[in-house]
Design a protein around this ligand. Structure first.
Ligand SMILES: NC(=O)c1ccc[n+]([C@@H]2O[C@H](COP(=O)([O-])OP(=O)(O)OC[C@H]3O[C@@H](n4cnc5c(N)ncnc54)[C@H](OP(=O)(O)O)[C@@H]3O)[C@@H](O)[C@H]2O)c1
Length: 270
């Protein structure tokens, strides 16, 4: 592979083969950024890279891999280093839902979940943040969820905890980065049309939600990118979702549990 020019900034997007990640790739490419795309499905990544190179005249590189492997973040970082790729945007987006109660899954499944959605994003931040700080410019988007603000439910046990962690982590790193030109934003989407609910087998269940609760990936991504540019620490996407998040911070926890806990439980598979 040819050495890339140091001054051309790249965006690294995890989970770029579908849904929000694919849309982040589209919108960041349209803004003129080059891309490093990663996920497990190599064919989808190559097809997307080909399309975006053709449409926007950017460089789009594919680095397939499974983020459940502990050494994957380091492999991605080494690939960028070896090719002189400067990552200006890091979008930690890869993720999935795991319905069912805690004890119904083998430990290995929980371990993979924690690795993909918690350890890998933190590790990627740890690898790429110092370069951004040294250059005085960078954007980190950690894709969390409205679930971070929702009352706890039974089932999907680790999901809300992981997303809450991502929000808090992003807020702290945001405070550290803001004096160094590094913008860190936790993007918190509500229900969004992607492959997410097909992958975790809850499509039928969540399709009973009112249409007004759903957003399209292009709008969610547009809001997320704008929030990162404006250096917001948390971006809950959409007015309804922002109201729900606001309610849960304004109301005492036990009220919110009474008010919304039962409603949310209807859409969580135990
Ligand atoms: N859709 C929603 O309603 C919603 C709401 C709130 C938050 N979110 C969050 O948004 C993020 C993106 O989800 P989405 O809705 O776009 O879902 P999606 O359409 O299912 O896409 C998920 C992406 O993550 C990748 N991924 C999953 N496991 C991976 C692994 N082990 N290694 C590498 N990549 C992996 C998938 O790629 P491969 O399968 O090719 O590996 C895919 O590109 C997630 O963090 C999710 O929690 C979604």
């Amino acid at each position: 592979m040819t050495q890339h020019h140091q001054s051309e900034p790249y965006a690294l997007i995890t989970g770029a083969s579908a849904g929000l990640g694919k849309e982040f790739a589209r919108q960041l490419a349209a803004s003129g950024l080059n891309l490093v795309l990663t996920a497990r499905r190599e064919e989808q990544l190559h097809e997307l890279a080909r399309q975006l190179q053709q449409t926007h005249g950017i460089q789009a590189l594919v680095f397939p891999g499974d983020l459940a492997n502990e050494d994957e973040p380091q492999r991605i970082f080494n690939f960028c280093q070896q090719n002189g790729i400067v990552i200006e945007w890091l979008v930690n987006n890869a993720g999935f839902g795991l319905p069912g109660e805690f004890d119904t899954h083998p430990w290995d499944m929980h371990k993979r979940t924690l690795q993909v959605m918690l350890t890998a994003p933190v590790h990627l931040c740890h690898l790429f943040y110092p370069g951004m700080k040294a250059r005085g410019k960078g954007y980190i988007l950690n894709i969390a969820s409205l679930a971070a603000f929702a009352p706890p439910t039974a089932g999907h046990t680790l999901y809300e905890a992981i997303k809450s962690f991502l929000v808090k982590f992003s807020q702290s790193l945001h405070l550290e980065g803001k004096d160094h030109g590094v913008h860190v934003t936790a993007v918190c989407p509500g229900f969004t049309y992607t492959e997410f609910h097909d992958v975790n087998g809850t499509r039928e269940m969540v399709s009973r939600l009112p249409k007004s609760m759903w957003m399209h990936a292009d709008e969610v991504v547009r809001l997320g990118i704008a929030a990162a540019q404006a250096n917001q620490d948390v971006c809950v996407t959409g007015g309804k979702n922002r109201f729900i998040a606001w309610l849960s911070s304004a109301l005492p926890d036990r009220w919110m549990r009474k008010l919304a806990g039962k409603q949310i439980q209807k859409y969580r598979k135990r």
